[in-house]
Ligand binder design. Structure first.
Ligand code: C5P
Length: 225
């Protein structure tokens, strides 16, 4: 229907892992494939949105028509988000698996093996919480996050909704081997202040379409009231 048309809207989506340098040749990262974020970008583009896809290093192709900004670290991802939302976006979706920690001081030179010790200690510090920072700055009218949990799915996800200042959180159970990280399928629960909704398990592509519709319905519902 015409009201689900996103022409004229700007959506910003983060996807994939971040990569945190230890030294010039080594890094800390995770197994995020980027599939969910890329599928969301494709769905929003299909409905007419202008989409900026801010992506960590992934092995999949960007959807046609996306404005892709390739980043590595969480710091770079935050900077790219702030820059692309210098004027307020309509929707921000944080689908990236941001590394929680980075090196306190990444070295400019390759770390050498010390022959006299079997142990090495890396000092890590917290990365910025990208979506919480952007929510505080009101960089988008609607802020959507993901919550990967292994227990107490709804409670933990609701906590994140509040703490990070989000409008919608999409929770998934990553203890299940058949969904989530690196899988083509996903099963999620969509949580807002006043509603929860659990669509059936399906492909990330099909789910992305349903999630985009859900976000649009939320925006219509909250802009009317
Ligand atoms: O706190 P947790 O990592 O479980 O939160 C997940 C949500 O927060 C996702 O939407 C993720 O993209 C976002 N996030 C972020 N910056 C971080 C950590 C998570 O934007 N440093």
């Amino acid at each position: 229907t015409i009201e689900l048309d996103l022409t004229g809207q700007h959506w910003v989506i983060t996807a994939g892992p971040t990569m945190e340098a230890i030294d010039p040749v080594r890094y800390i990262s995770n197994h995020s494939s980027g599939k969910m974020g890329y599928a969301l970008a494709a769905s929003a583009i299909a409905r007419g949105a202008k989409v900026t896809l801010i992506s960590g290093p992934v092995q999949i192709n960007a959807p046609a028509g996306a404005n892709v900004i390739a980043v590595k670290s969480a710091d770079d991802m935050l900077a790219a988000c702030e820059q692309s939302m210098s004027s307020q976006a309509d929707v921000f979706i944080g689908a990236a698996a941001v590394a929680d920690f980075k090196m306190k001081t990444a070295t400019n030179q390759k770390m050498k093996k010390q022959s006299d010790t079997d142990e090495v200690t890396l000092t890590l510090v917290k990365n910025p919480d990208i979506i919480a920072t952007l929510a505080q700055q009101k960089r988008a009218k609607i802020m959507v996050g993901f919550a990967a949990e292994t227990q107490n799915l709804i409670d933990y996800a609701k906590g994140k909704l509040e703490r990070k200042g989000l409008d919608i959180i999409i929770a998934n159970d990553v203890s299940r081997a058949d969904i989530g990280f690196n899988q083509d399928d996903n099963q999620v629960t969509v949580i807002t202040q006043d509603k929860t909704w659990s669509p059936d398990k399906t492909t990330k592509n099909a789910l992305a379409g349903q999630l985009v519709e859900c976000i649009i319905e939320f925006s219509l519902r909250t802009s009317i009231s």
